[in-house]
Ligand binder design. Structure first.
Ligand code: G3P
Ligand code: MG
Length: 343
């Protein structure tokens, strides 16, 4: 009977915990799995002594393709079942903006992939920089615009179109063109190209960024500049040209809006697994980047675990943003430690 009570207590505790995984540097490196990732997902999907599923979601600052496509890719890399409902990438919470803006400029990403993402989110009229270059190539004087890009662009008379908001979804593939067009629009009267606002603040359209990471690790020996660096450059140019500060909204880790959105996704996943949408008391965030995963999780009251398989390579805990639950060699060690503590 004692053993049964213990198992009952453990099962109860297991229903009061959830995991939030960063992806890059924790479960995968680009297209390659991190060895312990697959085992962790097996454990949380029921291969544990209780035979119980433990809710877990994926929270990445990655971007640039539809959620379904990214989840399919992760399933292949990790050989594990992952549902779109348990996955959040940097621009996922931006779907909520679709009801507020009619025509939007979507910036970043490969080809026309981010247009596809925005349309899936329900944005009614999605313009990308290539549509504008196809309309008036002189807007981007150094751009070489190929026949293929021209054929797949959707030019229109932008002198008679108001763009209601700018949404930077992913890394710019052409800083010069994208910055020029964004600055033109920010300085225009209510998003009408070819105009210059008399009042740079009152007539300025809003701009949103899907995440703020300055750097991103790649196959290059040192990390490459990412959306945060692009934004800082843009802010400096805008200030120099207009004399006023650029107000903007940033999503992604470690921004509050993204963590609130994550709570909704955790609640939905609790409902699916335990038939109870209350948030668990013990949420563990496992990340490799102190400046996004860990600082955000700490601010939001989650238990944070820093792993050494990605961005962070230091000795001991991070000085500026120490992980509250500790530093681990890899994701498996972090999950095992959290389960030992709670169960
Ligand atoms: O910086 C963009 C992306 O590579 C970060 O991904 O999963 O570590 O948040 P993640
Ligand atoms: Mg990461």
């Amino acid at each position: 009977a004692q053993a049964q009570d213990l198992a009952g207590d453990k099962a109860k505790a297991a229903k009061d915990m959830a995991f939030v995984f960063d992806i890059d540097g924790v479960l995968v490196h680009g297209d390659r799995p991190i060895a312990q990732g697959r085992r962790v997902l097996e454990i949380l999907n029921g291969a544990n002594e209780l035979g119980i599923r433990i809710p877990h979601i994926f929270l990445t600052n990655g971007s640039g393709k539809p959620e379904r496509a990214r989840v399919d890719q992760l399933r292949r890399i990790l050989q594990s079942p992952i549902a779109v409902d348990q996955f959040i990438q940097s621009h996922t919470p931006m779907r909520a903006l679709a009801e507020y803006y009619g025509t939007v400029l979507v910036v970043g990403g490969e080809g026309y992939r981010c247009r596809e993402v925005a349309e899936l989110y329900g944005f009614r009229d999605v313009v990308v920089p290539n549509d504008i270059v196809a309309w008036d190539p002189s807007i981007a004087p150094y751009r070489v615009f190929g026949a293929e890009e021209r054929a797949s662009s959707r030019p229109r008379d932008f002198a008679n179109t108001n763009i209601d908001a700018i949404l930077v979804f992913s890394d710019s593939r052409d800083y010069a063109t994208d910055m020029q067009i964004i600055v033109d629009l920010l300085r225009s009267e209510d998003g009408r190209l070819g105009t210059v606002a008399k009042d740079p603040v009152a007539q300025r359209i809003p701009i949103y960024f899907s995440q703020g990471d300055l750097l991103c690790p790649t196959e290059h020996p040192t990390p490459r500049m990412s959306q945060g660096a692009f934004r800082i450059g843009l802010e400096a140019m805008y200030k120099a040209l207009t004399g006023v500060d650029l107000e903007r909204v940033v999503y992604g880790k470690p921004e509050l809006a993204t963590y609130k959105y994550a709570d909704e996704v955790i609640a939905g996943w609790m409902e699916q697994i335990h038939n109870d949408e209350r948030l668990p008391r013990n949420i563990y965030m496992i990340g490799d980047n102190p400046a996004s995963d860990i600082i955000g999780g700490n601010m939001y009251g989650w238990n944070t675990c820093l792993v050494r398989t990605g961005v962070y390579q230091g000795e001991g805990n991070d000085d500026q943003n120490p992980a509250s639950f500790g530093v681990f060699e890899n994701v498996l060690e972090a999950v095992q430690a959290a389960c030992r503590k709670e169960l």
